[in-house]
Design a protein around this ligand. Structure first.
Ligand SMILES: Cc1ncc(COP(=O)(O)O)c(C=O)c1O
Length: 388
């Protein structure tokens, strides 16, 4: 009985693309900034200085991770705000150019920002191939003398595809167009060196890599003109008004310091075994997104003839947390725009599940997940009108 209870209580978190648990060391680093080090970084007195020192030290750490200069990083409330500021900031600052190029598989924080700009600016939404990659020739052809900005994400949040941002950067440089990339999912998983590749703006977020929620950053290459999007104080290079979230910023920097390549290698190994096992042992399954250019922690599979939501609920009943699409679209019954963009039929897009691994996941957890998954797929197909 006890054993049964323990088994029922098992919890396996496989939704790290939505958010991650905050590391204990991160919480510890943040703690003093709620209590004795509570000062406002803009205050002249010693309380302000303590906060200011922590702010600038944290800025150095984020800059160091992407080989940027300290004054090329500003803190924001997260990836969504960074994307908004990068795109609107560039477009509103540029008086001569009015065209932006993006892709059809961007996160809603980019897509909806671009859609909102359609009233006054022109936007090109590039297609992607079956693996999720942007066609670089089509990108170059889309650039005109009116193009102000190309915004193409580094790694996709649903299917994990990693774009060739080095070549995209070269194309943008050749045509004198600014390049923004949303690196929220890839940050600390795929190296970025801003001195080695041409990129003008990068969006980052803390809560996808074991830092706290509600804090992120935007890399802005020196000399890039940007119009401030929220008015008020002169914080963050006078580009983002508002008292800085020092505890969040300190936590974000600590999470960056703790991120390691060993974790990446470990997740990748578990990911590969998990993908192989599903494709081999569960019939009528396909991997969404290419196998090669893929985030170390992303597994997105279509289980034909069943609804992803049904499968998700079955797994949830066994304590296994996964998602259908991204956290931002999971409240919607519409099939994922990303899966449709890579050519899936509506019913196949509806049968997709995203498993996103984290550094704390183990082989044992994935074996348990596989066992429950196989059982659930079998049961759901028995009652599915779509199954043969
Ligand atoms: C690719 C991508 N961009 C942006 C965001 C938004 O980041 P935040 O939750 O920090 O606003 C997310 C979050 O899911 C994401 O996956």
């Amino acid at each position: 009985m006890l054993q049964k209870t323990l088994k029922m209580a098992k919890k396996v978190y496989l939704d790290h693309g939505a958010t991650t648990p905050v590391d204990a060391e991160v919480v510890e680093a943040m703690q003093p900034y709620f209590t004795e080090k509570f000062g406002n970084a803009s205050s002249i007195h010693c309380f302000g200085k303590v906060a200011r020192d922590a702010l600038e030290k944290s800025r150095e750490i984020i800059a160091w991770k992407i080989n940027a200069e300290k004054d090329e990083i500003i803190f924001t409330s997260g990836g969504s705000e960074s994307n908004n500021l990068a795109i609107k900031g560039v477009l509103f600052a540029n008086k001569e150019k009015n065209h932006i190029i993006t892709s059809k598989i961007e996160h809603p924080a980019v897509l909806q920002t671009c859609q909102a700009l359609e009233n006054g600016f022109s936007v090109t939404y590039l297609d992607v191939d079956a693996g999720g990659l942007v066609d670089l020739k089509k990108l170059e052809e889309a650039i005109t003398d009116k193009t102000a900005l190309v915004s193409i994400m580094h790694a996709n949040n649903e299917i994990g595809v990693i774009q060739d941002i080095r070549t995209i950067g070269e194309i943008c440089k050749r045509h004198n167009v600014l390049f923004h990339t949303d690196a929220v999912q890839s940050f600390t998983k795929v190296p970025i060196d801003v001195k080695d590749i041409n990129v003008d703006l990068i969006s980052l977020s803390s809560h996808k890599m074991h830092g706290p929620k509600g804090i992120g950053a935007l890399f802005i290459k020196k000399g890039t003109e940007l119009q401030k999007q929220n008015q008020g104080g002169h914080q963050e290079l006078d580009l983002r008004a508002g008292t800085e979230n020092i505890s969040g910023i300190v936590g974000f920097a600590k999470a960056v310091e703790l991120a390691s390549d060993d974790h990446v290698a470990q997740m990748q190994e578990l990911r590969d075994k998990f993908i192989d096992k599903i494709l081999k042992e569960i019939s009528d399954t396909t991997l969404n997104g290419g196998r090669e250019e893929r985030l170390c922690n992303n597994v997105n599979i279509t289980f034909k003839f069943i609804e992803g939501e049904g499968l998700l609920l079955h797994l949830d009943a066994h304590g296994i947390a996964v998602s259908t699409g991204s956290a931002c679209t999971s409240q919607s019954l519409e099939p994922s725009h990303v899966l449709l963009a890579i050519g899936l039929k509506h019913e196949d897009a509806h049968g997709a599940i995203r498993f996103t691994l984290g550094k704390e996941n183990t082989q044992e957890e994935l074996d348990y997940t596989f066992e429950k998954l196989k059982e659930a797929v079998k049961n759901l197909r028995k009652i599915s009108p779509l199954a043969k």
